[in-house]
Design a protein around this ligand. Sequence first.
Ligand SMILES: Cc1ncc(COP(=O)(O)O)c(C=O)c1O
Length: 402
Amino acid sequence: MRRNELLTQFPTPFYLFDEEGFRGNIARLVEEFRTFWPEYTPAYSFKTNYTPAICAMALEEGCLAEVVSDMEYSLAKKLGCPDEKILYNGPFKGPLSRELFLGGGMLNLDSLDETRRICALAASHPERIFRVGVRINLDLGAGFVSRFGMSVDSRELRDAMEAIAACKNLRLAGLHCHIKAPRDPESWRRRAEVMIAAADRYIDGVPEYFSLGSGMVPGRYDQTAGEWADFKPSWHDFAEAFFGPFIARYGASAQRPRVFTEPGRALITRYVSLFAKVDSIKEVQDRFLATTDGSFQNMGEMCTMARVPVRVHPGGGETRYFDNLDIMGYTCLEQDVMFPAYAGPLAVGDIVEFPNVGGYSLVYKPQFMIPQCAMYALQADGSVRTLMRAETFDDVFAKFGI
Ligand SMILES: Cc1ncc(COP(=O)(O)O)c(C=O)c1O
């Protein structure tokens, strides 16, 4: 089956995943980054899009699993990922984080309270040696105070480091950070410098690992306009800036730290599209509106952050040309705008394709009004693989105990 046949044979709305593009993107990232730092590995951020088949592909491509909840940790384990290939981050960890810690996984501590609990856990197994990481709170001048990790100069961080040092069978193995902004290559250089300085201050010798979060957005979105319109750095630009401080500090070391980043958006965003059908078109007080069977709730944050180019697949209806039409979702919410100010041809029955909805989309979809739609992938042999079936009435209501 070809892509266009899919549109006529499968009921809308649905997501379409591009496996080849996704795998290729990871391969390019790894190739580019390892040219600068062979000890580099990406850790796929499960929460960004936790479709199990997609997570499994990321693992097959050599990614570690980056998880921030027991739910994601359980998924990683179900997919056969051993503890030592899992990074467990986040400000609120579930009880399974202790299992990961005892199993030799990488646990990055967010607070002094969590540090004390982990020290007590390590002390209750005096016969074994454990390792742990600590999250450093980053401020790269983006004008807000992040809630995550502990500040480099804070009393809390010093107390946490002392607690770890006082625990005979616990070793500080790595440092972690993540901040949502800024995201340009130069800020990644500063991120590396700040973290290396923190390691020099708190870790004797060379750390086992640095896990430096995410936020790299290479200019690979599909003609994205809006917030990222002029933002076009490549994986190469990021790698060149980011690894400079590592090469300067550890390039000549016999033992070099492993470096991880934790990409979510940058790996998956471009490789999922949403297809929705135009149900009606109308004019209300000079405002033209098309209502579709999809919703901004299927698209997630992308439709509020950037204007991606919609593609219209004609459905055979009577086409009109619009200068300024809002493409709306099915919900009873005024703010359900999937694409504002569309200009071009459109007809009832057309299928509108919204690209770049792989990140923070289906994982954010509430069970509001209409259950979640399916996700498919076109296989190389022309067959269609269902990565996620459509949600049913029972999926939504079984838990209520009528
Ligand atoms: C600790 C951590 N790592 C990685 C990510 C993934 O970020 P992104 O989806 O922007 O790539 C996040 C997102 O919030 C995060 O909190």
